[in-house]
Design a protein around this ligand. Structure first.
Ligand code: 5GP
Ligand code: MN
Length: 353
């Protein structure tokens, strides 16, 4: 296809140990006795699913048996993804999940950097599994939980890391249209459709390779973004109508109460992406979205430029993530959580004045 890899950070150079171990795995594929287990983080998003399914299609076409398992269910707007129908949801079938973990000789840890992100019930089985563990991830500061690391927080998505690895091996053709469509979904959802700061020329070069594998990008965009059902759209209206703007600090505060979610029968994942609307407001550097859940408040943070939400989430809300996208939880009431947030963020933003 005449594609020349000119990336500054080639996997072979930047992560030689991982590259060698992965190559060995492929070379010894005929000796693999049990399914390779591909996992991603709890509350899987487009990149978690996309990178996992991309790798699944690659292994499938290579004749290596693999299974994809997610800690819990994924949002409905991603259920068209090729291969998603065969994903095992650990929450729904723990017995089968435990078997897969126990029997696997290889486990892939995709789009998470610490086993706690696989959820409180799955982290221990994975941690104590005999399998050799390969991490491919772009979150800051991975913990010591894998055997082989391709970890790079400069990468805008794990899906991009997967296509890069396969291109370097010149084996990406095996992804086919299915795998390429999954990786494309991961790339667009984690980059806000190519707009976040970590996007580089490499992102476009690697995406071009996905186009050459036959993806229908317009169709994928429609499936991912034009997928609101009526109740989700209405809920967005409630959220926007009651938003609070801290103009001086450049912060948009968004929230939904449990009552509001129940009224529209909102399902898990239905508020995916809501936080981003806060950044559409002129002059806003930080958007925070608080979703009142049964026993906690789930929080999403997004920011622009160099405003560091990873540090903020770690420091004040038991969370973490990336510079411009992080999350966390709060265990006090929604009212108290919002008060705390407004106080802390107002102070925090002073460093950027
Ligand atoms: P989201 O707002 O989409 O749930 O999460 C944004 C980013 O922050 C994701 O990349 C995710 O990995 C990270 N993140 C979300 N929640 C948490 C959390 O509770 N702890 C940590 N360490 N990272 C989180
Ligand atoms: Mn990701």
């Amino acid at each position: 296809m005449g594609f020349c890899l000119t990336f500054a950070a080639m996997v072979q150079k930047s992560h030689p140990e991982f590259y060698t171990a992965f190559t060995q795995l492929l070379n010894n594929k005929d000796q693999i006795q049990s399914d390779i287990l591909i996992t991603a983080h709890q509350n899987p998003d487009g990149d978690a699913l996309g990178s996992a399914l991309g790798l699944f299609w690659f292994f499938k076409r290579l004749g290596i048996p693999s299974s994809v398992m997610m800690p819990n269910d994924f949002p409905r707007f991603l259920d068209w993804m090729p291969g998603s129908e065969d994903i095992l949801i650990y929450d729904n079938d723990r017995k089968r999940g435990d078997e897969l973990v126990a029997n696997a000789n290889f486990i892939f840890i995709l789009d998470y950097n610490d086993l706690s992100r696989a959820g409180k019930d799955l982290c221990n089985p994975i941690g104590s599994a005999k399998a050799s563990k390969f991490m491919i991830d772009h979150h800051i500061a991975p913990s010591n939980c894998a055997d082989h690391y391709f970890s790079d927080p400069k990468q805008p998505s794990t899906s991009q890391m997967v296509i890069q690895l396969l291109m370097e091996l010149n084996m990406h053709q095996l992804l086919g249209k299915e795998g390429a469509s999954c990786l494309f979904t991961g790339i667009i959802t984690d980059t806000g459709s190519f707009r976040f700061p970590l996007v580089t020329a490499d992102t476009f070069k690697l995406t071009a390779a996905l186009f050459e594998l036959g993806i229908d990008h317009s169709e994928i965009y429609e499936k991912v973004y034009d997928s609101y059902d009526e109740r989700r759209f209405r809920m967005l209206g409630y959220m926007l109508a009651q938003m609070e703007v801290l103009k001086e600090a450049g912060v948009c505060v968004l929230y939904l109460t449990k009552k509001q979610q129940e009224k529209e029968n909102l399902q898990k994942g239905d508020t995916e992406g809501f936080v981003n609307y806060g950044l559409n407001l002129k002059g806003i550097l930080v958007a925070a979205f608080f979703r009142e859940d049964t026993d906690n408040i789930r929080i999403s943070f997004r920011s622009k430029g160099n405003v560091d939400m990873n540090t903020f989430a770690r420091q004040f809300f038991n969370g973490g993530g990336h510079l411009n996208a992080a999350g966390g939880s709060s265990y006090v009431s929604l009212k108290k959580t919002l008060e705390n947030f407004k106080k802390e963020i107002t102070q925090y933003m002073k460093q950027y004045e």
